[in-house]
Structures are given as structure tokens and as C-alpha cells.
Design a protein around this ligand. Structure first.
Ligand code: CO
Length: 204
């Protein structure tokens, strides 16, 4: 890995001698990526953006947990300091975290973390109970993306940014590990008004 790193750094310097001088000065990412820690879902490669384009937050099950200081600090820093115009929640089919939430529970740290997905299952149980096992797994991954988009849109940092007219586009997508494609879920909110048009005044 050290040899590969040396090669990579040399290749970059050869192609663009100023690259590391510019990179050391500042970052100006265009996207905050909230994704799963799964090794098969690396954001830089799958959307083809160069290093320096994406501010990344990843954890098991791509959860934006409203009681998690890490998630909250990442969102605050991305929006208030880096002024990223896009926040993308990316779930994925075949997610082990979603599967674990569906199939067992317990008191180990990973179980407690995934309780947040179990609660989403409970809220949508009538719809999910009608599906077969595979469909249920896929659908819960989609509903999980929607829930995390919801958590981000109702966050004070996003609300305040929208109020002062800052561009913040919150998007939910799902990645299909079977064909490498990103799928839209009809989740895209650029203002409080767009959010309320979808969910109504009552759902804050
Ligand atoms: Co996953």
C-alpha cells in the first residue's frame, strides 16, 4: 500500500505539478455524502468526482442520527463553513446493516445502532409485511434513505440555511451493488417550501 501511495502521489504530481500546493490551501467540496461504510460503496469512484469534491460521512446503514454528535458536527461544518450546495444521502441494495435490522436484534453496539432502522421498519410494517424477503430488504433500504433525508431536512442547520437563502439541495438516492447504478427515489428538496409541499405543515 505504501508503494501504491508513492506511485499515486508521483503520478498526480507529474500530471499536475500544482495539485498538492492547491490542495494544501483549502477544500471546496460540492457535495456532502452521507453513505454506508460498506466497502463496495465508495463515493469518489462511483460518481466519478476527483478528490476534493466530496465531504464524506459514512457509517453502518447510512444513518443520519439526530442524537449523534458526529453526524451533527459533519452537517454543521459542511453547510455553515464549507457551504456545500448538495447533501446526498446514498443507501444501497444488499445493505448488511438493513438486513441485520430485519433479521435480529440484541444489545451489542451494532444492534443498538441499527435499532434506528428497526424503528423505520415498525413505522412501515403494514407495507413491508406484504412483501417477500428480498423485496422487504430492498424496500427498507429505500425507506431508510427517506428517513435520513427527513432527519437532515428538519435539522436546524439546514432550516437556517434555507431561511437565509443559502443553496442547499438535499437528495436521497440508492445504489445498486448488482449493476453499479444509482437510482433516484423522488427525494430532492431545495427549500423549506418544497419540503412542506411533500410532507405538509404537520410533519416537522
Ligand atoms: Co450498507
Amino acid at each position: 500500500m505504501l508503494a501504491a501511495n508513492k506511485q499515486w502521489a508521483n503520478d498526480i504530481k507529474e500530471a499536475d505539478p500544482q495539485y498538492f500546493i492547491r490542495a494544501a490551501q483549502e477544500q471546496k467540496p460540492e457535495l456532502l455524502w452521507v453513505g454506508c461504510a460498506d466497502s463496495r460503496v465508495g463515493p469518489d469512484q462511483l460518481i466519478g468526482l476527483p478528490m476534493g469534491s466530496i465531504f464524506v460521512h459514512r457509517n453502518i446503514g447510512n444513518i443520519f442520527a439526530t442524537n449523534d454528535l458526529n453526524s451533527l458536527a459533519v452537517l454543521e461544518y459542511a453547510i455553515d463553513e464549507l457551504q456545500v450546495p448538495n447533501v446526498m444521502v446514498c443507501g444501497h441494495y444488499g445493505c448488511g446493516g438493513v438486513h441485520a435490522a430485519l433479521t435480529h436484534s440484541g444489545i451489542q453496539p451494532v444492534d443498538l445502532w441499527l435499532d434506528q432502522i428497526r424503528f423505520i421498519y415498525q413505522r412501515h410494517e403494514p407495507e413491508l409485511a406484504r412483501l417477500n424477503e428480498q423485496q422487504r430488504w430492498d424496500r427498507l433500504a429505500e425507506l431508510n434513505v427517506e428517513a435520513q433525508v427527513h432527519n437532515i431536512c428538519r435539522n436546524t442547520v439546514v432550516r437556517e440555511a434555507w431561511k437565509r437563502g443559502q443553496e442547499v439541495n438535499v437528495i436521497g438516492l440508492i445504489y445498486d451493488i448488482h449493476d453499479g447504478r444509482l437510482k433516484q427515489l423522488g427525494l430532492e428538496f431545495r427549500s423549506q417550501a418544497e419540503w412542506q409541499a411533500r410532507y405538509g405543515e404537520g410533519r416537522q
